[in-house]
Ligand binder design. Sequence first.
Ligand code: FAD
Length: 353
Amino acid sequence: MIKPQKNVSLKAYNTLGIDVQAAFFMLINNLQDLHDARDFCRLQGCPWLLIGGGSNLVLTQDFVGLVMLMAMSKLDWTSHTDGLEVCAESGCEWDALVAESVTRGASGLENLSLIPGQVGAAPIQNIGAYGVEVKQSLRWVDVFDFNTGSCFKLTAKACEFGYRDSIFKRQPHWIVMRVNLQLGHRVAGNKPAQLSYGIIAHTIESMTGQPPEAATGQQIRDAVIHIRQSKLPDPKQLPNVGSFFKNPIVSAHQTAKIEQQWPELVAYKLEEGGFKLAAGWLIDQLGWKGYSQDGVGVHQLQALVLVATGAAVTGGEVLALAQRIQADVLARFDVVLDIEPRLFDSRGEFWLS
Ligand SMILES: Cc1cc2nc3c(=O)[nH]c(=O)nc-3n(C[C@H](O)[C@H](O)[C@H](O)COP(=O)(O)OP(=O)(O)OC[C@H]3O[C@@H](n4cnc5c(N)ncnc54)[C@H](O)[C@@H]3O)c2cc1C
């Protein structure tokens, strides 16, 4: 029987730097550790929580059960005539994987550069940036079912990916152990789809002096990193969890209604119908950007990002600010903003109504 550490601070394990304690804590280095952790929780009758890089969660209370930190981190690359395949264990750092894919001449992940966190968390909310989502490269994942102790493979289709969504949000007892990605060989001269975001193309041009179509994978990655560093706070300097709200999807009728009063509304027409509104723009119009009080605030350059400016901020304080913003956006635009990070109290995940 394993003996997890007791009463461990989780401050270093979440990018908001919230200082709550885990009653029990252990690293997961292999499948046997998962079985042992499961046996421990069943014997103790206690809840469990798996943490990766802690960059997409808000901890609001001391956790009464076992917190597991994913540390399985083997990487296996295979070259095929039509591209590269990588099989990565969940504890690998996501951006290190992206960097290596670029060095190896593979295409597909450049736009997802500099997203914090681990590989295993990437499918959970189907991470995305600048017109690319991980679902476009993912072929399958290996899963451990914490309820039954069984292991199985899930194809990309079975992951039910959506915008910041996957089946894993509906099956929280499924732990991703390994992710398989299929990447292409970069072919210079072909205009890759991921240059469709104007800001990427403009940045490449201004950084290289060349047309974006000729960009190497490294140049695309450099441009993405440059853009992200210029407008997103580094959690090590200013604790945050990236975008705090999802971009809301609303009907064409509602979009037109808002545009009557706010003609500058930033809205993207969706192929499947309706519009995706830029949540950051909505929040910005209401004057929240740069707001700061009692150690929590809204980032000066990006209204979607809530930041912990004080040393002893609690998850509850961050959520209180998020709720004020949600209420304001609802009152002024009649739009519901959903929270993007996962919320945890002393026994597990909860949702704000
Ligand atoms: C500055 C900044 C910028 C960001 N930019 C983006 C962005 O552009 N696009 C984007 O999509 N996200 C972005 N994020 C959010 C975040 O980085 C991603 O969601 C990331 O995938 C979270 O990884 P993590 O390892 O930190 O997950 P954690 O925060 O540790 O966990 C998040 C959730 O996933 C679960 N989980 C973690 N690992 C596993 C696993 N192996 N199996 C099952 N469940 C698991 C956890 O239990 C938790 O519920 C950003 C965050 C920050 C701080």
